[in-house]
Design a protein around this ligand. Structure first.
Ligand code: FE2
Ligand code: FE2
Length: 185
């Protein structure tokens, strides 16, 4: 039992986010390679909801997922949560352009995002499940991990905010964006 606990502690697969911890820092450290990658950077050119790009939306979802976990005192795999959120809409086209988008985008884009993400990054089971099932309950099957349930909530929180301008994470995003640009060189 002690050995089991020690193993978990050393590998830090699950992590309880402290109230004062910087969530921006967590997004940066867990997602640095994704954030700086050409594929993720290309999401700057694809609109998602309203005036928000897929790039900004994905970063917002990562941040909001950690914020929900913090508020709800969830013990989560933070690294996988950040990475799954960053890649959940990695379909890499403008879905408003019917000639570029997959048929029935709403239902099929998670599969495209997962295929692209598998091609460009090493994914674990939690990240795969998050990407594949983030549209639940609009799409089935049921999420398997708590991180997958978390993204269903964070994604809808961000989408609602982007469509109806409920609140803004502009300060968070612009602070992160300047650090990401520095990361890209
Ligand atoms: Fe999506
Ligand atoms: Fe999304």
């Amino acid at each position: 039992m002690a050995h089991h606990l020690l193993l978990h502690y050393k590998e830090e697969p699950f992590y309880y986010i402290k109230a004062r911890e910087s969530l921006m820092e967590r997004v940066m450290t867990c997602g640095a390679d994704i954030l700086a990658s050409p594929g993720f950077q290309s999401e700057r050119g694809f609109m998602q909801h309203g005036m928000t790009t897929c790039y900004t939306h994905s970063i917002c979802v990562a941040y909001v997922a950690l914020r929900w976990a913090q508020l709800l005192h969830l013990n989560i795999d933070v690294r996988s949560t950040v990475r799954g959120c960053l890649l959940h809409d990695y379909f890499l086209y403008d879905w408003h352009d019917k000639s570029a988008a997959v048929d029935h985008h709403t239902f099929n884009h998670p599969k495209v995002a997962l295929r692209n993400a598998e091609r460009d990054f090493e994914l674990n089971d939690v990240e795969r499940d998050m990407i594949r099932k983030h549209m639940f309950p609009l799409c089935f099957p049921f999420p398997k991990y708590k991180e997958s349930w978390l993204i269903t909530v964070a994604d809808k929180t961000c989408a609602a905010s982007e469509i109806w301008h409920l609140w803004s994470l502009e300060n968070v995003i612009s602070a992160l964006d300047s650090r990401i640009k520095a990361l890209c060189g």
